[in-house]
Design a protein around this ligand. Structure first.
Ligand code: F6R
Length: 247
């Protein structure tokens, strides 16, 4: 694992974007295939990718994106669904066409149907030739995607219950905690690890403990982020605050 520590969140975004572009050159076999995280952490990185596209260093106009996760039970036109969030915060920013955006389907008549759709999502990633570079954030509790602590390190895309901490963290996007879905469909930790390169960005002291556990702690389902230790090409980009608990 390569750990880069820089002074500010802005520098972290720039370094993480370079790591993504290098990864696309190293693992891409045609048009880029990106694994996409939502959340605050990668917003600066997406802005840097947009700037790189404007400079002509990369072209996302025929790229495909695979979201890490989606809520269960939110219509995909709901403004807080991750499909709509990624259209706003990624597609419209970096120029990735909506037709190239894939998001797990969190809607279905039955749990079994959602589970089938989740398995089909892993197949769709394979059919696209795999993800070249997976962009990641990390939860304050160490979650990766919506793989909460105690998730299997080899898990595949599936339905998960959201931890209460995660629902509370995300309540700011909804009209109250009771509006936050209780379940999600998330790429599994095994799915995530199949990407060519992983680029995780974390900034701020509220991520320091999770980063210390993920980078220097034991490989453990208690900290899903620790699976990065297993990956042959994982890049972790931190500002000083997020790195403050590293030894
Ligand atoms: C988002 C995701 C989550 C976030 C994590 C950090 O698709 O899968 O794992 O990366 O919750 O969120 P932020 O960046 O908002 O602190």
């Amino acid at each position: 694992m390569e750990v880069l520590i820089v002074d500010t969140p802005e520098e972290a975004a720039a370094f993480a974007a370079s790591a993504v572009l290098d990864g696309l050159r190293a693992y891409g076999t045609g048009n880029p295939v990106l694994g996409l995280a939502t959340g605050s952490s990668p917003l600066g990185l997406y802005a840097e990718l947009a700037a790189a596209a404007q400079r002509g260093e990369v072209d996302f106009s025929a790229a495909r994106g695979f979201a890490l996760d989606e809520y269960v039970g939110l219509d995909d036109t709901h403004e807080q669904s991750y499909r709509q969030t990624l259209i706003r915060e990624v597609c419209n920013v970096i120029g990735l066409p909506e037709s190239g955006l894939n998001v797990p389907n969190g809607n279905g008549e039955t749990v079994a149907q959602i589970a089938e759709q989740a398995a089909a999502y892993d197949e769709a990633i394979k059919a696209a030739g795999g993800v070249d570079v997976q962009i990641l954030g990390i939860g304050a509790n160490g979650h990766l995607g919506f793989n909460e602590p105690a998730s299997s390190l080899r898990s595949r895309t599936r339905i998960k219950r959201l931890a209460s901490q995660t629902r509370e963290d995300n309540a700011r996007f909804f009209d109250g905690l009771d509006q936050v879905p209780t379940h999600c469909v998330t790429q599994g930790l095994g799915t995530v690890q199949e990407a060519g390169r992983l680029v995780l960005i974390a900034t701020g002291s509220h991520k320091a403990e999770a980063i210390a556990a993920a980078v220097e702690g034991p490989l453990s389902a208690s900290c899903p982020g620790s699976v990065l230790q297993l990956h042959p090409d994982a890049v972790v980009v931190l500002d000083e605050a997020a790195a403050s608990r590293l030894k």
